[in-house]
Design a protein around this ligand. Structure first.
Ligand SMILES: Cc1cc2nc3c(=O)[nH]c(=O)nc-3n(C[C@H](O)[C@H](O)[C@H](O)COP(=O)(O)OP(=O)(O)OC[C@H]3O[C@@H](n4cnc5c(N)ncnc54)[C@H](O)[C@@H]3O)c2cc1C
Length: 448
């Protein structure tokens, strides 16, 4: 038996590649993953999980500082940021070990090295550390090579003054001040975390508002919250990099560039934009045995989308194209303080006759218990059918509540049912906002 021949070879072990590999093995394929860095990809090592560890550390600090509101007398020793980062890294290692155990439990081979196509079934795997080159054959190949931080023209990441999100997540000390270029999700999350640990933050965005594609009420609320937290927010700003001498660090988070140095030209794989790989609804490229999922396919640049596409591509690669990835209802979350989340039906823009309902967390009992009364739920409803079409949620735990909202929208139900909402819960506010669209919310005063 030739050990280097597999039914499915996956390039990259982030959420897209990991899910693809496990699912392919679950349905009987012999699978290998090629990974040039650490198992877990961007998501675990320098993305979702890493940022949320630091965010949760900040929330924990704030909870201690506010514990007197619950009747405790707790004092906080000075924060040692290095300890927080070390704890994050230790947890990342533990999560990674868990992922490696799962891969091994499905007999998935993990090859360390950088993969590039020799032909449509053969990958060359280069291991720089060992100075070794090998070849691996895949009947089907799934590309899940993700993205890396983009840099703006005339600058390079030096890891010292001009830093990427990956560098920022591993700083050992809180800088005195930091300029953040880019008011998208990552910029806002970084501003929240570092401002919370007493770094003077200037957040510059070239568009007229933060999160330019988000509902304006939400982006304005995020802006107000950041300002309250001491962040200087500058929008419509195109010259922020002209004078950077006064900043200790300049963090550039203006987007992501695809990891597409994979010998794609050898296959003539179709790419779009900056080098994202074009795929059809089955996550298949123009080369019939080659699939691409997650960030490299350039659709949503979210871990949940990468996982969804990874699972679908695995089924399609092993069983023929049977799972289409379409009509997506994808929740978006920004870990500001408080968190902001939103979700819409896939054809939201087609609806013209929309009514809105809104419910503040100051009227939610559980928000009082949690001592987290900031924010609101806003709901868009189709006036004709009374179907909920979208939710925007600003408030503590909105990242959890939005999953319920997504299921409501995905199921296509006409009315949100009262009996399914536990009390006291924050999720009840979805129902309250929906009922408010019809003037029927019983939890707020009559509008005169
Ligand atoms: C700071 C930050 C915070 C984020 N927060 C969130 C969040 O809260 N929620 C969310 O949904 N998304 C978040 N994201 C986005 C999320 O991390 C990505 O959408 C997700 O990781 C994409 O998964 P993927 O599998 O496509 O690629 P990745 O996770 O990028 O994994 C790709 C893997 O492929 C490997 N690779 C690349 N080229 C090769 C090669 N030639 N050979 C072998 N291996 C290769 C890489 O080393 C990497 O391990 C965040 C991103 C960042 C940067």
């Amino acid at each position: 038996m030739n050990l280097n021949r597999y039914d499915v070879v996956v390039i990259g072990s982030g959420p897209g590649g990991f899910t693809a590999a496990v699912r392919a093995a679950q349905i009987g394929a012999k699978v290998a993953i090629v990974e040039k860095s650490f198992v877990g990809g961007t998501c675990l090592n320098c993305g979702c999980i890493s940022t949320k560890f630091l965010w949760q550390s900040l929330k924990t600090k704030q909870k201690i500082q506010k514990s007197y509101e619950y009747g405790f007398k707790a004092t906080l020793e000075p924060v040692v940021f290095e300890d927080i980062v070390s704890r994050k890294n230790k947890n990342i290692v533990n999560i990674r070990k868990g992922m490696e155990i799962i891969l091994s439990s499905y007999n998935i081979s993990v090859l360390n090295g950088s993969a590039s196509f020799k032909d449509k079934n053969t990958l060359i795997v280069l291991n720089n550390e060992k100075n070794e080159e090998s070849e691996i054959y895949g009947d089907k190949i799934i590309i899940a090579s993700g993205t890396k931080p983009s840099i703006v023209k005339d600058f390079i990441f030096d890891g010292n003054k001009i830093i990427s999100s990956t560098d920022a997540l591993n700083l050992r000390e809180i800088p005195k001040n930091m300029l953040i270029i880019g008011g998208g999700v990552i910029g806002i999350e970084m501003a929240t975390i570092f401002a919370g640990f007493s770094c003077q933050i200037t957040l510059a965005e070239c568009a007229d508002s933060l999160l330019p594609n988000e509902n304006s009420e939400i982006s304005e609320e995020i802006r107000k919250n950041l300002s309250r937290q001491g962040v200087e927010v500058i929008t419509a700003c195109t010259n922020a990099l002209d004078n950077i001498s006064k900043y200790e660090k300049v963090l550039i988070v203006t987007g992501r560039t695809p990891n597409s140095t994979l010998g794609l030209n050898n296959l003539e794989i179709n790419t779009i934009g900056k080098g994202f790989i074009e795929t059809n609804e089955f996550c298949q490229t123009n080369i019939d045995n080659v699939y691409a999922v997650g960030d490299i396919a350039g659709k949503n640049l979210l871990a949940c989308s990468a996982q969804n596409e990874g699972a679908a591509a695995a089924e399609n690669a092993v069983k023929g194209n049977i799972v289409a990835v379409s009509n997506l209802v994808v929740p978006q979350v920004v870990f500001a303080i408080p968190q902001s989340s939103s979700v819409k039906v896939s054809d939201f823009s087609k609806y013209k006759n929309i009514i809105f309902g809104k419910f503040p967390f100051t009227a939610n009992g559980r928000a009082f218990i949690e001592n987290e009364r900031a924010g609101f739920v806003k709901c868009a409803v189709d006036k004709l059918t009374e179907k909920p079409l979208a939710f925007w949620i600003i408030g503590a735990h909105s990242d959890e509540i939005v999953n319920t909202a997504s299921q409501i929208l995905k199921s296509g139900i006409k009315h949100i049912s009262r009996e399914t909402m536990f009390h006291p819960s924050l999720s009840e506010s979805l129902l309250n906002a929906y009922e408010d669209a019809f003037g029927k919310c019983t939890e707020i005063a009559a509008k005169k």
